[in-house]
Design a protein around this ligand. Structure first.
Ligand code: 6PG
Length: 233
């Protein structure tokens, strides 16, 4: 698979605006084609400026958009580590009504496998847009290197995992959800991710070692530090 487009923005406001614009283009395209849209947002810190940009100004008709999560930490929704809480704070509570239909991963449930199955049952066959972050080790969502059980899933679309990045108990989408998404947008900033970005986009195919390779065909929005190893065109 050839790598998808790579865009570089160093200014954080420009990064957020570019990310929001790419996401809006994908979702408006889905709405034009099918009259509705679905998006899964990423956890972590990198997407938060984009989320805040959405709170300030967005052209999206959120009332016909279904909003999902790429992963969730198994903590209560009000926990500061919750990806859902971050999205609520950053933009969901500030959107004009009607807002999106939110499909929360109920990570707080004791039966995490049941929570994963419930979330998976709500996912569409193909997401219109999947937004992902990635770690310096090449993980994406909560698919971590060497987690064969999660990375070899062909049927299950969400599973409970033990992650190496705290909090360790998480629920994540699986590779079929990534590879079936109509549009994938990967957001990564920082020198510590340069090697993982290069492996994800250009490395020998080995998604067990580098799970972010599953998003190789997507659009990568990076800063110049994370793009340091990109081949010079
Ligand atoms: C999570 C994320 C995770 C994140 C990466 C990058 O819940 O932690 O899903 O995959 O996207 O670890 O995190 P940063 O954006 O904070 O670097």
């Amino acid at each position: 698979m050839n790598p998808g487009p790579c865009l570089v923005e160093d200014d954080s406001e420009a990064f957020a605006r570019t990310a929001a614009g790419l996401a809006e283009r994908a979702l408006l395209g889905a709405i034009e084609a099918r009259g509705l849209a679905s998006v899964a947002v990423a956890g972590g810190t990198t997407p938060r400026d984009m989320h805040r940009a959405w709170a300030v100004s967005t052209k999206l008709p959120w009332g016909i958009i279904d909003l999902f999560f790429g992963d969730e930490r198994c903590v209560p929704p009000e926990d500061p580590q919750s990806n859902y809480r971050a999205v609520l704070e950053d933009f969901l509570t500030q959107l004009p009504l009607p807002g999106p239909k939110i499909h929360r991963i109920r990570g707080e449930e004791v039966d995490r496998d049941r929570a994963a199955r419930r979330f998976a049952s709500e996912l569409p066959d193909r997401l219109d847009l999947l937004i992902l972050g990635m770690g310096p080790d090449g993980h994406t969502a909560s698919l971590f290197p060497g987690d064969n059980r999660a990375l070899e899933q062909k049927q299950a679309r969400a599973v409970a995992v033990e992650a190496v990045k705290p909090p360790t108990e998480r629920i994540t989408i699986t590779p079929p959800v990534i590879t079936s998404a109509r549009n994938v947008l990967v957001l990564a900033r920082g020198e510590d991710k340069a090697k993982a970005v290069n492996e994800a986009r250009h490395g020998l195919w080995d998604p067990i070692a580098w799970p972010a390779q599953l998003a190789r065909g997507g659009t990568f929005l990076l800063d110049s530090a994370a793009a340091r190893l990109e081949p010079k065109s």
